[in-house]
Design a protein around this ligand. Structure first.
Ligand code: NG1
Ligand code: ZN
Length: 549
């Protein structure tokens, strides 16, 4: 009736571009911004339906992360602050690709029935909108708003320009009924950071790392947010370059993706930066890598990637857990917390060896944060990172409840003891590190607090283990779906014969490891190879790429 005619009318204002088929990949829909109006409008409808279905607040973020400035994209944050449930992805695809308004309406009616979505539920739909700094963001946000409005009674709140993790954090906080503004986000991060700094052993505080951190903001949203955050940190000095105000282009020769893939320093950095501690964010600040410039004579960097961040975090958490378990006093001292590490096949083999050597449980999932996040959530403390710098630490409710209680108990039994400090540190980490999704800003503050705590320079940190030389290539193919993998993408099952050929090739190289998989975000097959020397890794990657061609 009224609802249907509103949907038809508004949908007809957003015709789909000719000959474009999109798919809700590991990072939502992404494409050249000029063809995304109808997609974003339809994702607005999807977000409203998701909000009605869950009777919760939903997030809608407009960003294309590390991709070029002329691209854009859209993704949904579920009530927990995590990614859209995988069960709804096929519906997202169907909506985005519906040929006209009538077909679209049919799909929506059918889906509402199938999912039993309450159109007249207790709560109407509520969606938080965010976007990165891309110029196309404003008009795409308007398209999203139109989509949301076309579901009667829906409310959208424009939260302005945000990092992706900020929006996810807000959605999570709002659904938990806790303070959820951008200022609340900054306050939670900065106060838990200061808390960790206050808990640093006194002797370390004197000799600790106090030199400033220099950050490449990728000419995106992260730089400007870090400028705000850094004023609230008491004592940590941060210099932001490539904040976007200097006129540089988003992600062009800058940013975490560039730095990690090319292994060279970003624009704005140079020979004068030899030896200093540097970090790089991606375009929407959900990825973070550290680096240093080893010599004046080359643009090569010493990369400290997601695997090494993961290792640093694991080391610190493990130590706090072990301190905490040493106190034999109290009724609550015998909780065995399960610490789990989650990686993908792209994790450098040396990092996996290192983590296993520490006695940690290491699990593998396919590429894509949603898989890692889901796995990490199975532990009391689950630490996950992709090598490219996206990751976080998840704490279970059960564990946090226990640490709170243990801390209370220690307050009366052993106030100010090492055990109590360890409990307080774990609580602070759980507030600092984003529980919804990987977050470059909170990750950066945690790295800084830990380096300070253990008195390490970036060089000491990067020597935790030696990365095995690796090479990533991509091969354009007609149909990437022809390659089907299993075992966290480490084995090919389709087409037949390829895996045997990969095995035979890999066996020729000392410490050789390689795999291929279809990209979830680009029309390519990705090739990864690792071996004992760079030449060997390059050569192995090249021969595997030829098998694919
Ligand atoms: P694909 O295109 O599926 O390899 C890339 C990254 C992922 C993840 C997604 C989403 C690599 C090898 N892959 O996925 O880690 O970040 O983009 O942005 O870096
Ligand atoms: Zn990103």
């Amino acid at each position: 009736e009224e609802q249907q005619s509103i949907l038809l009318e508004s949908a007809s204002r957003f015709p789909t571009p000719e000959g474009v088929k999109l798919s809700y990949g590991t990072a939502g829909f992404r494409a050249d911004a000029s063809i995304l109006q109808s997609t974003v409008f339809r994702v607005g409808i999807l977000a409203a339906l998701r909000s009605l279905k869950t009777q919760s607040v939903i997030g809608l973020m407009i960003t294309a992360s590390h991709n070029k400035v002329s691209d854009n994209g859209v993704k949904i944050a579920d009530p927990s602050g995590g990614m859209l449930t995988q069960e709804w992805e096929p519906f997202a695809d169907a909506l985005a690709n519906a040929s006209d308004a009538q077909v679209l309406l049919g799909l929506i009616i059918e889906f509402i029935k199938k999912e039993n979505i309450p159109l007249n539920g207790v709560r109407s739909a509520e969606i938080l909108l965010g976007r990165d700094t891309r110029p196309s963001g404003e008009s795409l946000l308007e398209a999203a708003r139109q989509g949301i409005c076309s579901i009667l009674g829906s409310v959208s709140l424009d939260m302005g320009i945000l990092t992706t993790p900020q929006l996810h954090w807000m959605v999570r906080a709002r659904n938990k009924g806790i303070k959820s503004s951008e200022l609340d986000y900054f306050e939670q991060l900065s106060s838990s950071f200061r808390c960790l700094m206050d808990l640093i052993p006194k002797e370390r505080k004197i000799s600790g790392v106090v030199d400033k951190l220099t950050v490449d903001g990728a000419n995106g949203v992260g730089g400007e947010k870090l400028e705000v955050l850094k004023k609230m940190l008491n004592g940590l000095l941060i210099e932001v370059r490539n904040s976007g105000k200097e006129g540089g282009v988003l992600n062009e020769g800058v940013g975490a993706d560039y730095v990690q893939k090319e292994k060279v320093f970003p624009c704005g950095f140079g020979p004068n930066d030899v030896g200093i501690r540097c970090a790089s964010l991606d375009g929407d600040a959900d990825r973070l890598v550290y680096f240093s410039v080893p010599s004046k004579s080359s643009n090569k960097i010493g990369l400290v990637d997601g695997d090494k961040m993961l290792s640093l975090f694991a080391l610190f958490i493990k130590e706090q857990l072990s301190i905490l378990s040493k106190g034999g006093d109290g009724k609550l001292n015998n909780y065995q917390a399960r610490l789990g590490i989650v990686q993908t096949a792209y994790a450098n083999g040396a990092s996996t060896d290192y983590l296993k050597q520490l006695g940690l449980e290491v699990m593998f999932t396919p590429t894509g944060v949603k898989y890692l996040h889901e796995k990490a959530a199975e532990y009391d403390i689950g630490i996950y990172f992709e090598a490219n710098g996206h990751g976080t630490i998840l704490f279970s409710e059960r564990f946090l409840y226990w640490v709170e209680a243990r801390n209370d108990e220690l307050s009366s039994l052993a106030k100010g003891s090492e055990q109590q400090k360890a409990a307080l540190r774990l609580l602070a980490v759980s507030k600092l590190i984003n529980q919804a999704v990987g977050d470059a800003l909170s990750g950066l503050l945690l790295v800084e607090a830990i380096l300070c705590h253990i008195g390490w320079s970036i060089h000491r940190w990067s020597e935790l283990y030696q990365d095995l030389p690796s090479r990533q290539l991509k091969v354009k193919v007609v149909d990437r779906t022809a390659v089907v993998t299993t075992n966290a993408e480490t084995l090919v099952v389709q087409p037949p014969g390829i895996q045997e050929a990969i095995n035979a090739e890999t066996a020729k190289y000392p410490q050789g490891r390689s795999f291929i998989r279809p990209s979830g975000t680009e029309d390519v097959i990705r090739v990864y190879a690792e071996a004992s020397t760079q030449e060997a890794a390059d050569s192995l990657a090249n021969s595997i790429a030829q098998l694919v061609d």
